[in-house]
Design a protein around this ligand. Structure first.
Ligand code: PMP
Length: 380
């Protein structure tokens, strides 16, 4: 018997779809996959070479639990240079990004504390909050995914401890402006909350400008900024990222890291060290994603019955639709009838929507979206 705690956690929303897709593939069908939330590129060659050479040179042991000092220093420099956040190595903990979400919440929350989550949200957040003993309080956003802080006040209770979000946003592609983020920061300070700012897509901004709330002086002790190497450098499999926060939080998170993961994988830490020197690859991949975004937006805009917020960052589009079908049925139907994988919107807190990851080849985007068009024509 598994624990009731784990029983309350959901499996990934896409498991049954992936199973069905595997069956169709085994039956010889070509599948047009817009489900995967990761770059389709391989990690840049020089990063792989450097990590392999480090391993050959014997860097195959435990590292200090917070990460190798050269990497913590380099991340601190990057935070100053790119994010305008005043950080030193002592403000940095190296750990896989998804794990850092857990470490951050575990370090600042007591059981029963509440976390404000603007919706649509990253699919894993509610379960990560639950795993760490917290309670999710979702707050709506408007049709442009902007937050209304006057109405948000009614969701604050004496138990509210954290506001958690990601920017650029998975699943909508929204990029919040500095103005909106300054309003958010005022709200955090007024209500004495912590801000968990997940900036893992920070390098993939096509329109507008990335702004980190941790750069606001008054927010420095109140913000935990998370980022990583998965999306910027096509390094999902290396499992490497980091959190940046006040030293007291880093110390607490490091204690939890010592008793769970011990340290991030050593070879991946050396890969990350090299990645931080490699701005060119980020720019090349970003330019490619931007082309795909433009193509995706132009093709989706031609489909009757869809509405689309034009994504400004990350690699997702999140169309809404008007048919009566629920989103899980719709996604299953698209797979069964058109061999297209999309992710239903409800696990992100948005019904009558589906998510398309355009981190796919141009051919897949063209053929896959023409099949989505055929499907919507067939149900009208
Ligand atoms: N935050 C967001 C918003 C994400 O989309 C993801 C990955 N899909 C993560 C965190 C986790 O990143 P990683 O796989 O590098 O741990």
């Amino acid at each position: 018997m598994v624990s009731s705690r784990v029983n309350e956690i959901n499996e990934s929303a896409t498991v049954s779809m992936s199973n069905r897709a595997a069956e169709l593939k085994a039956a010889g069908k070509t599948i047009y996959n817009f489900g995967i939330g990761e770059p389709d590129f391989t990690t840049p060659e020089e990063i792989i070479e450097y990590a392999f050479q480090s391993a050959k040179d014997g860097k195959t042991h435990y590292t200090p639990s917070a990460g190798i000092i050269e990497l913590r220093q380099k991340i601190a420099e990057k935070m100053k240079r790119k994010n305008n956040i005043q950080a030193e190595a002592s403000n940095v903990l190296v750990t896989p990004t998804k794990f850092s979400l857990n470490l951050a919440l575990y370090s600042i929350m007591d059981p029963g504390d509440e976390v404000l989550l603007p919706s649509p949200y990253y699919v894993s957040y509610p379960d990560i909050i639950k795993l760490n003993g917290g309670k999710t309080v979702t707050v709506p956003t408007d049709e442009d995914y902007e937050m209304d802080f006057d109405s948000m006040r009614k969701f604050v209770s004496p138990k509210t401890k954290v506001f958690m979000f990601n920017n650029p946003v998975n699943p909508t592609g929204k990029v919040y402006s500095e103005k909106s983020l300054r309003k958010l920061s005022d709200f955090i300070l007024e209500n004495d909350l912590y801000l968990l700012s997940d900036e893992i897509y920070e390098d993939l901004v096509y329109k507008g400008k990335m702004f980190s709330p941790g750069s606001i002086e008054e927010m420095r002790e109140k913000t935990i900024t998370l980022s990583g190497f998965s999306k910027s450098y096509a390094m999902t499999g290396w499992r490497i990222g980091y959190m940046v926060a006040d030293q007291s939080i880093i110390k607490a998170a490091n204690k939890v890291q010592q008793q769970t993961l011990t340290c991030a994988p050593s070879v991946s830490q050396y890969a990350a060290l090299k990645a931080l020197d490699d701005e060119n690859s980020v720019e090349t991949m970003k330019a490619e994603f931007m082309k795909r975004r433009d193509l995706t937006v132009s093709l989706l805009s031609e489909i009757d019955g869809l509405s689309l917020y034009e994504p400004e960052g990350a690699f997702y589009a999140f169309p809404g639709y008007s048919s009566n079908k629920n989103d899980v049925e719709l996604a299953m139907d698209l797979l069964d009838k058109q061999n297209v994988i999309v992710t239903p919107g409800s696990p992100f807190g948005a019904w009558k929507h589906f998510r398309i990851s355009y981190a796919a080849s141009e051919d897949t985007i063209r053929e896959g979206i023409s099949r989505i068009d055929k499907y919507f024509k067939s149900i009208q």
